[in-house]
Structure formats: C-alpha cells, structure tokens
Design a protein around this ligand. Structure first.
Ligand code: SAM
Length: 212
C-alpha cells in the first residue's frame, strides 16, 4: 500500500464524504499504485466472507470499491466473477489499470443508487467500509436522520434488493451499530443477521439473504 500522507484526506466538513466531487478530487491526487482500505482488509474479513460466500463461482458486485484491495484480494482467493463499481470515474480508471492482469474482473463507473444491471442478476452484493456510511455523513441528528439521508440510503438498498437473485446475499460491513443501521436495511424479502469482528472496537458484518 502507498500511504496517502500528503493528501487532504480528512475534510473539514464531514458532509464532503457524501459528495462525488470530494471523492473525484481525492482520487485525482492519487495514482493507480495507491490503495486504501477503509478500516478492514480482506485478510481480516476473509474468514467471514469465505463462510458467507462458500461457492467461489458466484457473481459478485462490490459497491463503492474506491481503491480498496478487496476486489483484487478476493480475485486472488478464487472469486473471479466480480464487478466493481464506483461513481468516481477517476478511481475506476486507476483500478482498471492496476488490475489489468485480472481479466475476469470488471470496473464500471456507476452510482450505487442507480444500478445498470438487470433484475435478479447478482448472487452477492458487498458494501464494505463505509460506502453506505458515506451517504450518511450528515450534520443532523443521528437518531433522527434527514429525509434526504433516508432517501439516499433507501435508493441504494432498493437497488441491491432489485439486482439480487432470489437466494442471493447482501453483505454490509461497517462500524455502524445496529440501532442506527437496521432501520435502513429492513425489507420483507430478508432477515438481518449480524456478526461482529474486532477487538476493542467492534465492527459489524450484516448479512441479508433474499428469500426465494
Ligand atoms: C469510504 S470509501 C470506501 C471505499 C472501499 N469500499 C473500502 O472499503 O475501502 C467510499 C467509496 O464509495 C464511493 N461512493 C460514495 N457514494 C457513492 C455512490 N452514490 N455511488 C457510487 N459510489 C459511491 C466513493 O467514491 C468512495 O470510493
């Protein structure tokens, strides 16, 4: 990993994280050699991901991939059928270049609230390390989020529900505690299972299997 020490990576205004412009500018200061994993790497998540995705031939969609190594690490672990999306065209081009030697994996510029995939076309959808959380970076009351925030997150979860095959799984890995996240994830077509990982500070591994 190339550290991004010279970058203005922590914005003064935390709502910057929900703006495409912030991410584009951030990635424009980086190169295809730069990688950064938000709070957990594949090595740490591998036991939980291998358990949740026992079949390595399934079609996997990674939401808001950024320049995390999750996609390439999963690929090298045998999951070849991976589509990575992000709304920053800059990071998509960088990652495409970086992973040119992993031809079965694709990189597409796309908004997670407006997926360009057919209904029921994905076996697994992964939101890891704060993609949904980025939509939630607001100044308001975390206990009483704004309509805009609720609609943004609903846009993502609606799309995940639409593109998942029956029997498919949505995995969401975050620092967000269940009392703040469950309300956004609840759907009639799945139940929410939660595991935790970490030592002192716990992260949450939400798993939702869409019913047939
Ligand atoms: C906090 S970073 C997480 C990156 C990566 N998932 C990880 O685990 O390190 C959030 C990423 O989501 C992307 N993103 C945020 N909102 C998005 C949206 N509406 N559609 C697509 N990508 C989005 C950003 O461009 C950024 O790359």
């Amino acid at each position: 990993m190339v550290a991004s020490t010279s970058l203005d990576v922590v914005p003064e205004d935390p709502t910057a994280y929900k703006k495409k412009d912030y991410w584009d500018k951030r990635y424009q200061q980086e190169s295809s050699d730069t990688t950064f994993d938000w709070f957990k790497t594949y090595a740490e998540l591998k036991p939980l991901l291998n358990e949740a995705i026992p079949n390595k031939d399934v079609k996997i969609l990674i939401l808001g991939c950024g320049n995390s190594t999750l996609g390439e690490d999963m690929y090298d672990d045998g999951y070849k059928n991976i589509v990575n999306i992000d709304y920053s065209a800059t990071v998509i081009e960088q990652m495409k270049k970086r992973c040119a030697n992993r031809p079965e994996m694709s990189w597409l510029e796309m908004d997670i609230r407006d997926l360009k995939f057919d209904n029921e076309s994905m076996d697994i959808v992964i939101d890891k390390g704060s993609t949904m959380d980025a939509l939630m970076c607001d100044r308001g009351d975390v206990w009483d989020p704004s309509e805009e925030l609720i609609n943004d997150v609903k846009g993502e979860v609606d799309e995940v529900e639409r593109v998942l095959k029956p029997g498919g799984t949505f995995l969401y890995i975050t620092f967000g505690q269940p009392h703040f996240r469950k309300r956004h994830l609840q759907r009639d077509c799945w139940t929410i299972n939660i595991k935790t990982l970490g030592d002192a500070f716990h992260y949450f591994f939400y798993s939702m299997v869409k019913t047939v």
